[in-house]
Design a protein around this ligand. Sequence first.
Ligand SMILES: C[S@@+](CC[C@H](N)C(=O)[O-])C[C@H]1O[C@@H](n2cnc3c(N)ncnc32)[C@H](O)[C@@H]1O
Length: 331
Amino acid sequence: MTVPRTTTDFMWSWWKMKTFLSAVELRVFTALAERPLTAEELCDRTGVHSRPAADFYDALVALDLLRRDGDRYATTEETGEFLDEDKRHSYLGDHFRVAMGGFADEMVEMLRTGQSPSGRRGPGEFYEKTYATDDSTRRFHRAMTAMSLASADAIATGFPWDRYRTLADIGCAEGALPVRVLERHPHLSAVGMDLPPAREGFEEYVAAHGLADRLRFQPGDFFQDPMPSADVIVLGHVLHNWDLEDKHTLLKKAHEALAPGGAVVVYETMIDDERQDNAVGLVLSLMMHLALPGGFDYTSGDCRGWLEQHGFRDTYVQHLSGAESMVVGFK
Ligand SMILES: C[S@@+](CC[C@H](N)C(=O)[O-])C[C@H]1O[C@@H](n2cnc3c(N)ncnc32)[C@H](O)[C@@H]1O
């Protein structure tokens, strides 16, 4: 995002974002996935009225979100890849529009009260609501895949997998991380643990990648049930959902479940230790305060300290992709 320099820049930044979010909601980028369209054809597919149509589409061109060639509009390389909702590996639009958009309006209330307005009954309420229907479950898990793939690739290539044989991904959603790791490392087998509603999407995703013989689902509640034992245990975007006590419970259970000599990999948008550079990590932490009572993000230094308290040694932090890093510790 360009940092606004004047009072009006701040105002226009808001309206530019609103225009962009309207295009996501109206599925403009999906409508253009097959071929470039004229304004009239695009209106037929998106339901946009002819009166504002030219200004809306041309504004998207000026915002570098669409291209215009003659009288036809097309996606850019990036918007075609990341905002076409049929590209399930990369599409995040639903997540910021539906799942997170609802909470955003309550940010000021959360900042004033310190309470998560959407989780008054406790942290489990977020997942009860998210998993209320098959459709909302799928949308959430697809968004998790889209958010985690770049880090999954970096972990698949940047961790010494040749030393290990088994992997357990705790809170695995669709299983994007173990799929990416197993695709690159045929000697490994893995298990993904998550709440029972994740099963169907996980099994479909794994089968679509031809890995059903090496990657299985274990339904369970990681607070009630033991974690599956493995040589490497991964916790991706899991700890930030929970308060400090729950974070410690999960790390303790991970240590118990790990084979001797095994490794734990915690990856998230770790906040930088000075808490001044990783704006995404800090903003995501605010989203956690909103969505889950007790949830918050943390620095890589915090994470290393917690791991050491639970007996992990030789901890280190490694940058993955964008705002994300992993912290690794050994048993
Ligand atoms: C923020 S998502 C992260 C998904 C995935 N690891 C990733 O990085 O893309 C957290 C996951 O933890 C799972 N989860 C939440 N509470 C759980 C519980 N009590 N037991 C097991 N899994 C749980 C959720 O279902 C969800 O898939």
